[in-house]
Design a binder for this molecule. Structure first.
Ligand code: AFP
Length: 338
């Protein structure tokens, strides 16, 4: 029987062989994984809690102006409480919090910054659809005493770790520290994440696209052209038929792309022209883009590589096209008028 390799053993062996994972970063990743186990438990209870059910709205709005679900807040609190005392972090930033959360003085401060969307795909909670936690890790800039919001405004290529945990039929943690992408499924009997695959590779070509088609009338011309050509199928300029998926949870759409290829698009559209897109750069697009690139895919905002974007606001949004390399390059070329 092949030996099960736990997340802990994987990280220790990565540190031993590649020196990629300093002890404090290893601790950070294991603490985040443990928090995701707790979130998975909370998610799996659904409406079982009766009047304490985790389903439904919390009756509040987040900085994005979106109605918060109870689980959004629960997941946020689980991540804060799991990480604040360990001494590995200086501060945290979350989709659910207006400003950064600086580690309280009663705890030692570390050199890492943790960013997260604690529960991505909240609109799927009440329908038992795919949801997940997305996280990104940066290092606090050298020489900065204390920590402030400005320290988080680093391009995605500065990340030292990134990943997500998807709460689906399996609870699976997907991680990169810059040496490829590995996947770990939660073995509930052992209570630990077990390595299921590493060196994930996204096929360079695909016949599957993911976009919210209801926004078609609002898209820019290059996106309309790309999707229209896909829809023309074999008889059209692409010479092949395409399939479409849209889970409305980036974590689930990206997991499918890492698993079997595809291209995901959430482009700028005319509904709110002042916004570059719907998805947030720092804790959604950056971690997902690094994972996709580490698996041989590509990720752009249709003009430039997402990981090169210099952020100027903590919750800034971005247009996202990511996945199978040749499709992303085609879509980007259409935006260049080619
Ligand atoms: P929620 O967390 O508010 O459900 O948003 C999820 C998300 O940010 C991303 O995960 C999805 O890909 C995208 O929004 C879905 O957006 P639409 O509901 O407009 O399709």
């Amino acid at each position: 029987m092949t030996q099960k390799i736990s997340l802990t053993r994987y990280l220790v062996e990565q540190q031993r062989s590649a020196g990629h994972i300093p002890a404090q970063l290893r601790l950070l990743i294991e603490v985040v994984a443990r928090a995701c186990k707790g979130i998975s438990q909370a998610v799996s209870k659904g409406a079982l809690g009766g009047e304490n059910s985790v389903m439904g709205s919390a009756g509040s709005e987040n900085v994005q102006g979106e109605v918060q679900k109870k689980l959004d807040i629960i997941a946020n609190e689980v991540l804060i409480e799991a990480n604040e005392w360990g001494g590995h972090l200086a501060a945290m930033a979350s989709e659910e919090m207006d400003d950064i959360y600086v580690v309280p003085n009663r705890y030692p401060q570390g050199e890492y910054l943790l960013l997260f969307d604690p529960l991505d795909g909240s609109s799927n909670i009440d329908i038992n659809g795919g949801i997940g936690t997305i996280f990104s890790v940066l290092k606090k800039p050298e020489g900065s005493t204390g920590v402030e919001q400005q320290d988080f405004l680093q391009p995605g290529k500065q990340q030292v770790a990134a990943g997500y945990c998807i709460y689906g039929p399996q609870t699976t943690l997907v991680l990169t520290v810059g040496d490829g992408v590995a996947m770990f499924t939660l073995d509930r009997e052992q209570g630990s994440f077990v390595l299921i695959t590493e060196n994930v590779q996204i096929p360079e070509d695909t016949q599957e696209f993911a976009i919210n088609m209801s926004n078609m009338r609002h898209w820019d011309e290059p996106i309309k052209r790309y999707i229209d050509e896909c829809l023309q199928g074999k008889a059209g300029p692409r010479g092949k038929d395409f399939n479409m998926r849209w889970v409305a949870a980036m974590v689930a759409d990206v997991h499918r792309i890492l698993t079997r290829g595809g291209v995901f698009l959430y482009p700028w559209d005319k509904r709110e022209p002042e916004k570059p897109g719907k998805l947030r750069l720092l804790y959604e697009a950056n971690p997902m883009s690094w994972l996709v690139e580490q698996a041989g895919g590509a990720a752009t905002n249709t003009q430039q590589r997402i990981l090169d974007i210099q952020p100027d606001k903590l919750h800034q949004r971005v247009s996202v096209v990511l996945g199978s390399k040749n499709e992303v390059e085609r879509i980007t070329s259409y935006h260049a008028g080619l």
